[in-house]
Write a protein that binds this ligand. Structure first.
Ligand code: NDP
Ligand code: 2IT
Length: 448
């Protein structure tokens, strides 16, 4: 049996109850076969694959907090510190009722390769809780965040592990968590990214994931002699990533016509009004029905099982920006039938494995989240740099670096795919390019 198959079998046996983690590992190890085959003896002797698929540590803890009725609530907190071969653990905190160890491990595992691709010195980690921020008062959010950080603060630090935002964790939550960390540790340090601009945050971090997704998509299309201007896009999600993906797509002359949330989606053939979307989602924290109510050209559709949602429309570009496994094989068939040119992932693992394969086999340009959404964490690393030198850079400087990083990522994943004889397979290219740097560091640092 090949080394990859042997390790895949072991990982499946050890983590049988973690489907999302197994999905992420299967994708990565499968696509690394050309590299592993070329170095099998060295990697096997050093147990590289066994080590890279087992987190350095996984921390789970109780998060008790008091709701507005005086009732004590208990959630489960997680931080998985996966691999710090090339830098301190780095990755977001997800607050969503679906959070469990499988989800956090898949995200932490992917973060190793994504962070390596950014070209910056950051390792992989992820955390979060099954806490549901929806419908909670600001005071309840603060009570949860303070309790969560009271425990998490024991394990993180500016040179140890630097969490950030993800689903359900934005500027408000980062603020409450930073305040609690400072209070417990007595140090003002860059322990979290995505901070407010008056207390160590970086300009352009809010926009970075969505903008970065479009910088990469543009580089991909240019390389295939396609002009992004005039192209229509289907975007899913209406959170941080989706909003700024829509904004940058419009700046580049493209026309996003959809967005969604967990209860429904919008089809707006005139193009999404991004300022209205920001007002509904960032300011009012309301449902998309409010967008439709304020915009005559928009149709609102309630989400129903088995429907294609935003993937049913005839568009040139698909940009999944909501959550994992939101674009399945049937959606992929629909997109292909409608002539989609590219799928570039703003979310983490939004496309199922069989859908990815179908898109690639049908000539769709496909770039996975590890490369395509790396602009967020890359800009978090730029925030860490600014915190270390106690300076802040201008928006133009950060945005310029972000654009440069995304173009470099595209060039590197394209080159890695070519080097290993799988030209145009950007999933393999991203996994290989991300892996090469981490493995080099792991081998140099000995058995640890
Ligand atoms: P937000 O919380 O800001 O927005 C998430 C959006 O996705 C909301 O519109 C939400 O709808 C929708 N959504 C979440 N869960 C589900 C679900 N189970 N079913 C349907 N819709 C859902 O998160 P972000 O925009 O930050 O994150 C979106 C994706 O991008 C995630 O996969 C995240 O891991 C990834 N990502 C984020 C980065 C960042 O910098 N923020 C960086 C790189 C990747 P509703 O409001 O109704 O829940
Ligand atoms: O998935 C991700 O890369 C993020 N949620 C951002 C992580 C970060 O540390 O900025």
């Amino acid at each position: 049996m090949s080394y990859v198959d042997e390790v895949l079998e072991q990982v499946k046996k050890k983590n049988a109850d973690q489907p999302e983690f197994l999905q992420a590992v299967t994708e990565v190890l499968d696509s690394l076969r050309p590299v592993i085959d070329a170095n099998e003896e060295l990697y096997r002797k050093n147990a590289i694959l066994e080590r890279i698929t087992e987190p350095d540590r996984q921390i789970m803890f109780r998060v008790p907090w008091v709701d507005d009725n005086g009732q004590v609530q208990v959630n489960r907190g997680f931080r998985v510190q996966f691999n710090n071969a090339i830098g301190p653990y780095k990755g977001g905190l997800r607050l969503h009722p679906s959070v469990n160890l499988s989800i956090i491990k898949f995200l932490g595992f992917e973060q190793i390769f994504k962070n390596s691709l950014t070209t910056l010195p950051i390792g992989g980690g992820k955390g979060g809780s099954d806490f549901d921020p929806k419908g909670k008062s600001d005071r309840e959010i603060m009570a949860f965040c303070q309790s969560f950080m009271t425990e998490l603060s024991k394990y993180i630090g500016a040179d140890v592990d630097v969490p950030a935002g993800d689903i359900g964790t934005g500027a408000r939550e980062i603020g409450f968590m930073f305040g609690q960390y400072k209070r417990i540790q007595g140090t003002f340090e860059g322990v979290l990214t995505g901070k407010g601009l008056t207390w160590g945050g970086s300009l352009a971090r809010t926009q970075a994931t969505g903008y970065g997704l479009l910088y990469l998509t543009n580089a991909l299309l240019k390389d295939h002699n396609i002009d992004i201007a005039g192209k229509t896009c289907a975007v899913s999600g209406s959170g941080n990533v989706a909003i700024y993906a829509i904004e940058k797509a419009q700046q580049l002359g493209a026309k996003p016509v959809t967005c969604s949330d967990s209860t429904g989606w919008i089809y707006d053939p005139e193009g999404i009004d991004v300022e209205l979307l920001k007002e509904v989602k960032e300011v009012k924290r309301a449902r998309l029905t409010e967008y439709a109510a304020a915009r005559p050209s928009a149709e609102y559709h309630e989400k129903k099982n088995g429907e294609h949602g935003v993937w049913q429309y005839k568009v040139d570009l698909a940009l999944p920006c909501a959550t994992q496994n939101e674009l399945d094989l049937e959606d992929a068939k629909m997109l292909v039938a409608n002539g989609v040119l590219s799928v570039t992932e703003g979310a983490n693992m939004p496309t199922t494995l069989d859908a990815t394969k179908y898109l690639q086999e049908n000539g769709v340009l496909f770039v996975g989240g590890k490369a395509a959404n790396a602009g967020g964490v890359a800009t978090s690393a730029l925030e860490m740099s600014q915190n270390s030198e106690r300076l802040s850079w201008t928006f133009e400087e950060v945005d310029g670096k972000l654009k440069n990083i995304m173009e470099t990522i595209y060039a590197n994943i394209s080159d890695a795919a070519k080097r290993y004889g799988v030209e145009g397979d950007y999933v393999a290219g991203a996994n290989i390019a991300g892996f090469e740097k981490v493995v080099d560091a792991m081998l140099a640092q000995g058995v640890c």
